[in-house]
Design a protein around this ligand. Structure first.
Ligand code: PGA
Length: 252
């Protein structure tokens, strides 16, 4: 099954306009236009308007890091799928472990967010992953499959076809510790199996599953060498143009 790789930069809460502009200038200059993959940048909300114009007509797509599930209303501090669409976003990250850990997100509100994103035509990047204790107790596959199942409750096949999944073991995020390619592959395959159970085998085989958690140029090739790893969601190593350029070129 030919799945187009997808490399995404998750900038988290980093960068003001001048920093983002200089990143984009350097990053675009380093691309040769031959990259046979999808490239995505997810800046903080404040940078969506400027990045929306800087990235228009480039091979780089814009993503948001979060959204609210309602379309509008009295939800101070929140941003809807329609507003993200209005900024030129193509993707939106949903259920990142930092949102689950610090902002009370659970599989139920992740599910509502997925539905809201899909109803506006945004492509969700659904993040799942186990914490260290769950891995130690050999509950990784069960936890991750449950996260996928509950996040996709009531999502029809047409919606699920739009989905990207990011497997991000929580113990590997920002820690410098990466899952081994084999550990990641085992979970990616389990995710594909649950998709096949919920939908069907062709959908499971077509869905792109990224790995995330301390991905850097030094380890990207080994991870991408696994049959079920289709790209990466990158935090720390996406904050330097040079390093993200090497990542999208799969260069050490
Ligand atoms: P990291 O973050 O690459 O800094 O580990 C990944 C993520 O949180 O998406």
């Amino acid at each position: 099954m030919d799945r187009k790789p997808i490399m995404a930069a998750n900038w988290k809460m980093h960068f003001v306009t001048s920093e983002a502009e200089s990143f984009v200038k350097d990053f675009l200059a380093g691309l040769d236009g031959q990259e046979a993959l999808d490239i995505v940048i997810a800046p903080p909300y404040t940078l969506l308007p400027s990045l929306g114009s800087l990235l228009a007509d480039t091979p780089v797509d814009l993503a948001a890091q979060n959204l609210h599930w309602e379309t509008h209303g009295a939800y101070t501090g929140e941003v809807s799928a329609g507003m993200l669409k209005d900024m030129g976003c193509k993707y939106v990250i949903v259920g990142h472990s930092e949102r689950r850990q610090y902002f009370g997100e659970n599989n139920q509100n992740v599910n509502r967010k997925i539905q809201a994103a899909l109803s506006e035509g945004l492509l969700p990047i659904l993040c799942v992953g186990e914490v260290l204790d769950e891995r130690k107790n050999e509950r990784t596959l069960a936890v991750v499959q449950k996260q996928v199942k509950e996040a996709l409750q009531g999502v029809d096949k047409e919606g699920a076809e739009k989905l990207v999944i990011a497997y991000e073991p929580v113990w590997a995020i920002g820690t410098g510790e990466t899952a081994t390619p084999e550990q990641a592959q085992e979970v990616h395959l389990a995710i594909r199996n649950i998709l096949s159970e919920i939908y069907d085998e062709p959908l499971a085989a077509a869905t792109r599953i990224q790995y995330g958690g301390s991905v850097k140029p030094a380890n990207v090739c080994a991870l991408m060498g696994q049959p079920d790893i289709d790209g990466a969601l990158v935090g720390g190593a996406s904050l330097k143009a040079d390093s993200f350029t090497r990542l999208v070129k799969f260069e050490k």
